[in-house]
Design a protein around this ligand. Structure first.
Ligand SMILES: [Fe+2]
Ligand SMILES: [Fe+2]
Length: 270
């Protein structure tokens, strides 16, 4: 598994909350939102995981998520993390590393991540003993959460966990805490705020940009490393937090026939 080495000061503590700096390229997220507390960003993971962020609660988590996850932000993150030049490690080493992160969107905060991975894989093995690719998918589906660790950029929780959704087209009303999208720079951008936005009917979800997080990152890692996993596995990895799709049935107009087939596997997985 090969992941980025370069460590731009994303979300650096000395950086204004409205500005995310990636090397020389400045990305301004001007959604007009309130500047978060200084220690919500940029410190080491351990600092980040400390009390302040946790107390903000789920709603504030989604407020930040919905404000910052714009099309431009996702594009920048995909470009940066798609280089896969951070760390090289085996899958099992990554599973062990994941134990150091806390997913604050997870109601069972005390469950070590590695237990979640193993339990997911074993539960699937029990029900689908012959689908070995699905067992492996269960084992690795959350490995992208290493984005929270300093060696992977120490991204804030809102850029790693929680529900995901397409960017580049209208934010569906079924997305949790939808009201906070009003402060997202894309909300009033006529290129991005229609039913199809920059996409077309049945264009296929793999042509759709998703809000940035551990799902899309692990998808990129697997894809760029030329994984031999089937497309259903890649679908599960990329869309398992896409609740608007697999729970609410939104965005189906962007799905192609292969997506329709793969969604059945995702329903099994969830
Ligand atoms: Fe996940
Ligand atoms: Fe998970």
């Amino acid at each position: 598994m090969t992941i980025l080495i370069d460590q731009p000061d994303y979300f650096g503590s000395d950086v204004e909350a409205k500005t995310v700096v990636a090397n020389e390229t400045e990305l301004v997220l001007d959604g007009g939102f309130v500047k978060p507390q200084a220690n919500s960003f940029g410190h080491t993971f351990r600092d980040y995981a400390a009390e302040s962020e946790r107390q903000e609660g789920v709603e504030n988590f989604y407020r930040k998520n919905h404000i910052y996850q714009s099309f431009d932000f996702v594009k920048k993150m995909r470009e940066e993390y798609g280089k896969l030049n951070r760390v090289e490690m085996s899958i099992w080493e990554c599973c062990e590393l994941l134990n150091e992160v806390v997913d604050e969107s997870d109601p069972d905060l005390d469950e070590p991540q590695i237990e979640h991975l193993l339990q997911t894989a074993e539960a699937i093995r029990k029900d689908y003993p012959n689908e070995d690719w699905l067992h492996l998918t269960g084992l690795i589906h959350d490995l992208g959460k290493v984005l929270l660790l300093p060696s992977f950029g120490g991204l804030p929780q809102w850029a790693v966990v929680g529900d995901t959704y397409p960017v580049g087209c209208r934010f569906d009303e079924s997305i949790v805490h939808h009201k906070y999208f009003k402060e997202n720079p894309d909300y009033n951008n006529s290129a991005y705020n229609t039913r199809y936005g920059i996409y077309s009917e049945k264009c296929g979800l793999n042509n759709v940009m998703m809000s940035w997080g551990h799902d899309d990152y692990m998808y990129l890692v697997a894809k760029e490393n030329k994984t031999t996993l089937p497309s259903a596995a890649m679908f599960i990895i990329r869309y398992h937090s896409f609740y608007a799709l697999h729970r609410e049935g939104a965005y189906k107009h962007l799905m192609n026939d292969e997506d329709v087939e793969n969604l059945k596997w995702l329903h099994i997985f969830k």
